[in-house]
Design a protein around this ligand. Structure first.
Ligand code: GAP
Length: 516
């Protein structure tokens, strides 16, 4: 049996555990922290920035470098506003928003609230013996206990009843099945459409003519460049365009750490293919390309370490589909908050290119030299979130192991994703020869991969620190190293140690880091 006995992986993991690890170890901090934050924004610390970068690189490598049918692109965040009229975002990129009429005045996405059997309660002031109903104080709750909680948290302060005695009474015959504020039991306003696009202005004058949007998806930058890329790179359909970049959405209820934020990063491909009805025998239809991409994207998550049992595919029902799509497969991950979308793979048909043709007046059709005719390609769109992927990779890698009488937390990240590849420690920091040898080794390794030198704690603590950020290899320079010119390399997962000559360390690590 290995030195370590695994006692926990994501099963009983909570999001709070991940949030605290991320803050403690320099992975993710709340945005604008010293000013009290800004809702729905997070900053990536030194370790998180490296991890996200490795995720982006892994995605780019698998989709752009390892395939021969994809080109890369880096389009702007600010685009001509007509883009968003054509894409349908100005008219339809909305969430139904409602407000609590109770004292919390909280705002909700109506589609995220559930109907429940509820009853109306009123508050009666009984301080002076004579019960007097308090005007305007009525709330809805599934139970009296819940009504009391709402009262304690919001209504008592709002009604300014300090020192008064209040009874909570059910209003007979009021039971109904409806939505209500889960914070204060208040009634809700009628839902109204709230556009999720954030705006800013270009030029020196803040006027509506100068208003532009911060892109809510990277996809449209690809569509408007379809012809540019196709002709400059002499591409034949089928081929795709890949892009990674920031997107912005004024989410009404950003929540669950980096799962839903207002500023996030997307990794999107628009894959242009021949519409099924034009395909000859043996040519892949848009539906077959869709299946291909679903499989390819599932495999990418497996390749980088997501456990099979934590990933699933869910095909969207007809009434869930976005206005532009004919089918959509959602790749879902079992986050600590439950099964949630990680990536959507939609068949967008020719909707986008046709809309841009209509709004721009430019011909975006493709001349197929084999058919000797023009058509507007269909589009398969694998659309992933870099931040959500990062959260999934961290949750999946999070492991607690029992080591003798102690326990250790270790992020068993895929080596390609691990932020730091190697850490070098001198066993004794008061021996200048050891420090110098360790520093020289770290300096040399830095030329190949991200290596850190650390001598700020005892060796056991240094190991734990690196385990928590998923560093695959730790090297210790000890007193014997001065004699034998060799060092000890410890493997993160097995915790086994090997003694390697100083001159072989680099090649050893390069070979180990390459192993799948
Ligand atoms: N172009 C299609 C599109 O944008 P989407 O389902 O709205 O589709 C794709 O977004 C992916 O982007 C999601 O699966 C998710 O990973 C990520 N994403 C979307 N909104 C997000 C948000 N507010 N915060 C973090 N990630 C988000």
């Amino acid at each position: 049996m290995s030195a370590a006995e695994k006692v926990q992986r994501a099963d009983n993991l909570t999001l709070d555990t991940i949030v605290s690890l991320c803050k403690r170890r320099g992975i993710i901090f709340p945005g604008s922290d010293i000013y009290g934050g800004l809702g729905g924004t997070f900053d990536y610390g030194p370790i998180g920035a490296e991890l996200k970068r490795n995720i982006r690189d892994a995605w780019w490598r698998a989709n752009v470098y390892e395939r021969d049918d994809i080109e890369g692109l880096d389009a702007t965040i600010l685009m001509n506003p007509r883009t968003w009229e054509a894409s349908g975002h100005v008219d339809t990129f909305t969430d139904p928003l409602c407000d609590s009429l109770g004292p919390s005045k909280k705002r909700y996405r109506a589609d995220q609230l559930f109907e429940e059997e509820i009853t109306a309660y009123e508050f009666v002031d009984v301080t002076d013996g004579e019960p007097t109903p308090i005007v305007g104080a009525k709330l809805w709750a599934p139970t009296k206990k819940k009504a009391k909680e709402f009262y304690k948290q919001y209504w008592e302060k709002h009604l300014n009843l300090e020192g008064r005695r209040v009874k909570i009474e059910e209003i007979a015959g009021s039971a109904k099945t409806a939505k209500y504020s889960p914070d204060d039991g208040g009634e809700l306003t009628e839902p109204r459409a709230f556009n999720l696009m954030l705006t800013t202005h270009v030029g020196p004058v803040v006027e509506s003519a100068a208003q532009v949007y911060l892109r809510p998806e990277t996809a449209q930058g690809i569509f408007v460049n379809f012809s540019n890329v196709q002709s400059s790179m002499r591409r034949k359909v089928p081929f795709g365009i890949a892009q990674i970049g920031k997107s912005f959405r004024n989410e009404i209820t950003p929540r669950n750490f980096i799962f839903r934020t207002r500023e996030f990063e997307q990794m999107e491909i628009e894959f242009f293919c021949k519409p099924g009805h034009l395909c000859k025998e043996g040519e892949w239809t848009d539906e077959q390309w869709h299946e291909h991409w679903v499989e390819s994207r599932m495999n990418w998550y497996y390749r980088y370490g997501i456990a099979k049992e934590n990933l699933r595919l869910r095909n969207q029902a007809a009434d869930e589909l976005a206005h532009y799509s004919k089918a959509c497969g959602d790749i879902e991950y079992l986050f600590p908050i439950g099964w949630q979308e990680l990536e959507g793979i939609a068949n967008r048909t020719d909707y986008d290119l046709k809309r841009h043709m209509e709004f721009s007046g430019k011909d975006l059709s493709y001349f197929d030299p084999e058919m000797n005719e023009r058509y507007v390609p269909y589009v398969i769109e694998p659309s992933a979130g870099a931040d959500r992927s990062l959260l999934a990779f961290v949750c999946d890698a999070y492991t607690v192991e029992k080591v003798r009488d102690d326990k250790r937390v270790v992020l068993k990240l895929h080596k390609d994703l691990a932020p730091v590849k190697c850490a070098v420690f001198p066993l004794l920091k008061n021996r200048p020869e050891l420090v110098e040898m360790a520093r020289n080794l770290a300096r040399d390794l830095k030329k190949e991969f991200y290596t850190v030198y650390d001598d700020t704690a005892a060796i056991g603590k240094l190991y734990r620190r690196q385990d928590e950020i998923g560093t695959p290899y730790c090297i210790t320079v000890d007193v014997d190293s001065l004699e034998d010119q060799a060092v000890t390399i410890r493997d993160r997962d097995s915790m086994e140690q090997v003694r390697i000559g100083l001159d072989k360390v680099k090649d050893y690590l390069l070979a180990e880091l390459k192993k799948e």
